[in-house]
Design a protein around this ligand. Structure first.
Ligand SMILES: *Cc1c(COP(=O)(O)O)cnc(C)c1O
Length: 378
């Protein structure tokens, strides 16, 4: 195969923008014309699109994916003296939000194949918590790299102990588990519209999905400073956490190509896995799941060498994540499961994410794969 000449992007937001630039320009112009920058009509319109897409009863937007988690924890009244179970292999926001509301993050381990919360580890954590002076309140499974969590197993375990389930779907909007869309599972699901997420805006944004009317109404109040029925009547402590109208207008346009982009991400992932099956351990997606493929993440004990080798060929890669949460200085004093966080501590040494976006063509995927194979055959 001939050398691939133009540089490969890890994530190609420019190619996506080229597809819909005119529509985006017009959408932004409409907002500038009507001038309703906060909670303008596009916000409601986008929330309706989210609701329909995810088959959830309510979709509420907010300022970012971290606030989305915080808003739900606040609505549930979770705080000081409470424990919330989170996977130790995730992005920091999952644990940060728990600590932010004054509760204690309790780290559980992840499964090596799916990278997601391991139900067996959660079981052990629920035994451990009985001898600790904290009230277990909720679990936050994270759909890491776009694959839904094993929600049925987690639900069985959590519901026995009356725990709420808040799914962190920051990376998995658009994914499916047994015909159920992300957004329609758990007691609530959150997502992020950070630019690099599968559905990203041109700034910060987030959303909460739930079928629970009371939760939706609380979240709506809390995102608007704890407002009551009247505008300047504040009935609870809230946050200022809204999605900008301009971002909603951009996201409405991006939603039009999102189903196509999800198919393209799956095409890229399939092609990588087909090509690489022989030489590395490609990501494992359960046959019950369709991933949103936020990342395509390999595991290899030659990770650092492979990363440097690809760098010399201008093939960008990323390490998600170089440290588990319980290994981070800000988080190492929180609780963790007595059976240990072996997988969460091991994965940071082996994971490597390859370029992944809907605009990678098959020849680029073949080129990158060929170089990975060359590395292992050296
Ligand atoms: C990105 C991300 C978040 C936070 O989203 P922001 O919009 O950046 O606040 C939370 N959890 C996970 C797993 C993420 O990847």
């Amino acid at each position: 195969m001939s050398e691939y000449s133009s540089p490969t992007n890890f994530i190609d937001l420019k190619a996506q923008q080229d597809e819909i630039r005119l529509e985006i320009d017009n959408a932004i112009k409409r907002v500038l014309d009507h001038g309703q920058y906060i909670m303008g009509p596009e916000v409601r319109e986008f929330e309706d699109l989210l609701k329909n897409f995810s088959s959830s009863k309510h979709a509420l937007t907010c300022a970012n994916g971290t606030d989305a988690l915080t808003l739900v924890l606040m609505a549930w009244g979770i705080g000081h003296g409470d424990a919330v179970f989170v996977p130790s292999f995730s992005y920091v926001a999952t644990a940060e939000t728990v600590a932010q509301v004054g509760a204690t993050p309790f780290f559980v381990d992840v499964d090596l194949d799916s990278f997601n919360m391991d139900p067996e580890s959660l079981k052990q954590a629920l035994v451990d918590i009985k001898s600790i002076d904290l009230e277990p309140k909720a679990i936050i499974p994270v759909d890491l790299f776009g694959q839904p969590s094993d929600i049925d197993s987690l639900t069985k375990i959590a519901k026995k102990e009356n725990l709420k389930i808040l799914i962190d779907g920051a990376q998995s909007f658009g994914a499916i588990s047994k015909q159920r869309k992300v957004g329609s599972m758990g007691d609530a699901t959150t997502t992020s519209f950070f630019p690099a997420k599968p559905l990203g805006c041109y700034g910060d944004g987030g959303a909460i999905f739930t079928d629970d009317d009371e939760l939706a109404s609380l979240v709506n109040s809390i995102r608007l400073h704890g407002k009551g029925d009247e505008k300047y009547d504040n009935v609870r402590i809230g946050l200022n956490s809204r999605l900008d109208t301009i971002q909603a207008a951009i996201l409405i346009e991006k939603m039009k190509i999102f189903p196509m982009e999800l198919l393209e991400r799956n095409r890229v992932a399939c092609k990588y896995s087909e090509n690489l099956r022989e030489c590395v351990r490609p990501p494992v997606i359960s046959s019950d799941h369709v991933s949103a493929w936020a990342q395509y993440t390999l595991k290899t004990n030659l990770r650092d060498e492979l990363k440097s080798f690809l760098e010399t060929l201008n093939i960008p890669t990323q390490i998600y994540y170089p440290k588990s949460l319980s290994q981070q200085s800000g988080y190492k004093n929180f609780l963790s499961v007595s059976s240990g966080l072996g997988n969460s501590d091991y994965l940071p040494k082996e994971v490597l994410s390859l370029p992944m976006h809907p605009y990678l063509d098959n020849s680029e995927v073949d080129y990158i794969s060929e170089k990975v194979i060359d590395f292992f055959n050296k």
